[in-house]
Design a binder for this molecule. Structure first.
Ligand code: ADP
Ligand code: ZN
Ligand code: ZN
Length: 823
């Protein structure tokens, strides 16, 4: 037999793949899609992924051996790997980058991974090698590389893998103080009660404690004790459910050594019992749109549904998924992270029950691995695996094998785009690729489609379906514009409220209706200013002013997290008169209180939603009408569905429309329309007030009319003229260095190289709006690429230019990030 070689990818952003020798003992087991342990660099071991096998020896290279195979079955399918390859090529990154982004930490095991004991103390049988690892963990050695080092040749990855399979050990990328495994109390019979006879004696001894005796009998009944189908251990909750017994009573029996109670780790994913309800009937407009979508799917892989807020797009998605899964195929439903609310999760679980998996970044690595495995499992064991996945952007990487449909809701959202690190992918665009690669249908949906997607629909690349009626004949809200400047001049402002908005809020509150106020800035004041010298405190690491958070009395940087106590006097001139400037959500909440004394006010922003359930709680309070006024940032725009919100206020539209970005108008239109869509969703028409100091701005007029088509047309003209998407493609290159001169030099060199390619429109280098973040100076080059050019070729030229400049000795500590289709 010739020597077998394996091409593997490592979780490193170096090259695409590396070759290792396969020892004869592993030949029968090795296969593409399985993970193996290999040595890379001096001593480091990695879990690498086999992508192919061959018997060709690589030339001029010393080849090391594969050390162990980790998986019994491949953890990705060939079709999933096709997506990885596409991604690496399209976004100009390495397969190693993709590997890192695609797999949950628990599956990629890097030397820097941290290992933890789950706390399960089940009497699992452990092999000697497994015991050694456990002992290290018990001694608080948690970093994988340290454990490897300490155990030397005694360390075995297979043993580690086995411990992870048994759920005794789990891996995390870094210690997250917030994460604690979820545990639940379980109860079982004390081991000294080994026969029915002993049980009877012990029970008799409880004659004087009737309640305890009853509980013991109850326990025996529900667990079928000493019968063939005996349940060894049951959740305490379950034991007590529907009884009058208390938890204390259990403790009494534990004290008497009749029962044993212990905390056991449970999966957060463990299915609660869900009441499956039948699917809603579509109304006639929805039914028509549904039929149209199916018609377009006959000839198109991808269709865009432009459906206004509350038209019932979600209902249509559910019908499409339902139909698809009946044919035995899988469905992926992508939403922006922040829209993954309990509302949507509940709606899906109601209809699809345990077929649904939820995948997002708030899950810990162990939970992610569980979902990964259940999606994988669907291939062989459809009953046990997940057929439907609702997820945020990283769900595109899950190992689907029979994908039939991909839904991308709120497809215009830029949170589908990953900024950092590479791969800087857009999950919406990847969904389209997934569609082609898996022969699955793709439905993009939005009330305000991205101009790129709409362009593709107009060009007949995508099908297009409209749904312009709200469900149950609800009307779209009425939008009014209030002039902030004029109200200031006439001294009619009440704090930050124009008289128009103020009065509307009063009326709404009188009628017991709810209000949402939108402000795009969190914290108390976006900046503070010295009244004497005009000095504005800035971050020492970044080129931004510090935001004042009153609750913590701190100035903090929203880019790097640097913060310090608000000083008593100006750092520059010593004057004690530091003034807060501008309105953040915290200040708005503060100033609303005296204006509406009886109203119950809540705030939804990054600061109030840190803890795990905070977001859900704010939503719940609003649903249950325990909140009258909700103030929030972007977070309030995402698909929340409330019945009694009658007034929505956009507190300041100016900073949205004046933002220096070619997408500013598109974004402002989308954002304001989405917030407005929260008004008057049921029973009555809502009202929206846009406060602005530019009431005559053409965009404000278009938004007021909710004229998507005209906004699009106006923007298309501008973008064509100035060579922006969708007419041109963009590639952004960010050059970073801690030293300004170095960044300048490297960026200039790169621009020079790029300009040699005459067909490229090269802009810059320029400093971005925030030119220093965490001590790194940034400079950007934007490349505009004609759609007629061969994109692959152009990207090769760009990558080559970056490589040349990066390899100049003077640029060795420069960072170059390539961002294709920046958002
Ligand atoms: P969209 O996704 O377009 O914003 P939703 O699907 O969330 O709209 O629908 C808005 C509200 O109307 C939801 O509460 C939804 O349950 C309800 N709804 C929409 N269509 C139907 C239907 N056909 N039957 C029952 N309720 C519906
Ligand atoms: Zn000063
Ligand atoms: Zn900073």
């Amino acid at each position: 037999m010739p020597q077998l070689f394996a091409q593997v990818i490592l979780p490193l952003s170096l090259h695409d793949s590396f070759t290792y020798k396969v020892p004869a003992s592993l030949e029968s087991e090795i296969a593409p899609g399985k993970r193996v342990i290999v040595q890379f660099g001096k001593k480091k071991l990695y879990a690498a992924l086999v992508i192919s096998l061959s018997d060709k020896k690589p030339e001029d290279m010393e080849v090391k051996e594969v050390q162990e195979i980790l998986d019994e079955h491949p953890i990705i399918f060939p079709v999933n790997f096709k997506l990885w390859q596409w991604l690496a090529q399209y976004y100009c990154c390495t397969l190693g980058d993709v590997f890192r982004a695609a797999l949950p930490t628990g599956l990629k095991l890097e030397s820097k991974s941290k290992l933890f004991l789950t706390g399960i103390d089940e009497p699992v049988t452990l092999s000697p090698k497994e015991e050694l690892i456990i002992r290290q963990l018990q001694e608080d050695v948690s970093q994988l590389s340290d454990i490897e080092h300490k155990l030397g040749t005694e360390f075995s990855y297979q043993a580690l893998r086995s411990l992870m399979d048994k759920k005794v050990v789990y891996a995390e990328e870094k210690i997250s103080s917030k994460y604690k495994p979820k545990t639940e109390a379980f109860v079982k019979l004390h081991s000294s009660i080994s026969s029915e006879k002993i049980l009877q004696e012990k029970a008799d001894a409880l004659k004087r404690a009737k309640k305890q005796q009853e509980l013991l009998f109850h326990f025996c009944t529900v667990t079928n004790v000493f019968s063939d189908d005996q349940i060894n251990e049951i959740p305490k909750k379950e034991l007590l459910a529907g009884t009058a017994f208390s938890g204390n009573l259990v403790k009494e029996l534990v004290k008497k050594k009749l029962l044993v109670e212990r905390q056991k780790q449970v999966s957060r994913l463990e299915e609660e019992k869900i009441e499956q309800v039948s699917i809603n009937l579509l109304n006639k407009y929805q039914a028509k749109a549904y039929e149209e979508i199916k018609t377009t799917f006959e000839t198109q892989q991808v269709t865009l549904i432009h459906g206004i807020t509350a038209s019932g797009k979600t209902e249509i998605y559910i019908h499409l998924i339902d139909e698809m899964i009946k044919t035995g195929r899988q469905a992926l439903y992508l939403v922006p992270e922040i829209a993954l609310t309990t509302q949507i999760v509940k709606r899906l679980k109601n209809v699809f029950g345990n077929k649904v998996g939820i995948y997002h970044s708030k899950l810990n690595s162990q939970e992610r691995v569980e979902i990964w495995e259940k999606v994988l499992q669907f291939n062989n064991n459809p009953k046990e695996g997940y057929q439907v996945v609702l997820g945020a952007r990283s769900a595109v990487f899950l190992p689907f094998s029979k994908l039939g449909i991909v839904i991308v809701d709120e497809e215009h959202e830029n949170s589908f785009k990953q900024f950092d690190p590479a791969p800087r992918y857009n999950a919406r665009d990847m969904a389209v690729v997934l569609g082609y690669q898996n022969d699955a249908k793709v439905l993009l949906g939005s009330a305000t489609p991205s101009f790129e997607s709409y362009y593709n629909a107009l060009k007949n690349k995508y099908g297009l379906v409209n749904l312009m009626k709200r469900h149950s004949e609800m009307e779209l809200p009425e939008i009014l514009v209030a002039d902030i400047k004029r109200a200031y001049k006439r001294k009619q402002m009440r704090s930050f409220l124009t008289p128009e908005l103020f009065e509307m809020m009063e009326t709404a509150l009188e009628k017991n209706e709810q209000i949402i106020l939108f402000q795009n800035r969190r914290g108390y004041s976006p900046y503070v200013e010295c009244f004497s010298c005009g000095d504005i405190p800035k971050c020492r690491n970044c080129d931004v002013s510090l935001t004042y958070h009153k609750y913590k009395r701190r100035l903090s940087c929203h880019y790097c997290g640097f913060s310090y106590q608000l000083p008593d006097k100006c750092d520059n001139c010593g004057s004690p008169e530091l003034k807060t400037r501008g309105y953040g959500t915290e200040k708005i909440e503060d100033e609303l209180k005296p204006l509406f004394r009886n109203a119950r006010i809540a705030r939804m922003d990054l600061d109030t939603t840190q803890s795990k359930n905070a977001f859900a709680k704010i939503v719940k309070n609003l649903e249950e009408r325990k909140t009258d006024i909700l103030i929030g940032t972007q977070m309030v725009t995402k698909g929340l569905d409330f019945e009694h919100v009658s007034v929505v206020g956009i507190l300041n539209a100016d900073n949205l429309i004046n933002f220096p970005d070619f997408r500013a108008h598109e974004r402002a239109y989308q954002l304001i329309s989405q917030v407005a869509g929260r008004a008057g969703r049921k029973h009555k028409q809502g009202k929206v007030v846009i406060q602005t100091s530019q009431p005559d701005h053409p965009l404000i007029e278009l938004i007021r009319e909710q004229n998507y088509q005209a906004t699009l047309k106006e923007q298309f003209e501008e973008r064509q003229l100035f060579k922006y998407p969708p007419f041109f493609r963009l590639v952004k290159i960010v050059v970073k260095h801690k030293n300004v001169q170095s960044v300048d030099r490297a960026a200039n060199q790169l621009a020079q190289h790029l300009r040699k390619h005459k067909q490229l429109v090269v802009m810059g280098p320029e400093y971005p709006l925030i030119s220093r973040i965490q001590l790194w100076h940034h400079k950007e080059i934007w490349i505009k690429i004609d759609r007629k050019l061969n994109l692959d070729l152009v990207k090769k030229e760009i990558t080559a230019a970056v490589k040349t400049v990066r390899h100049l000795p003077s640029n060795s500590s420069c960072v170059f990030n390539i961002d294709v289709d920046p958002s």
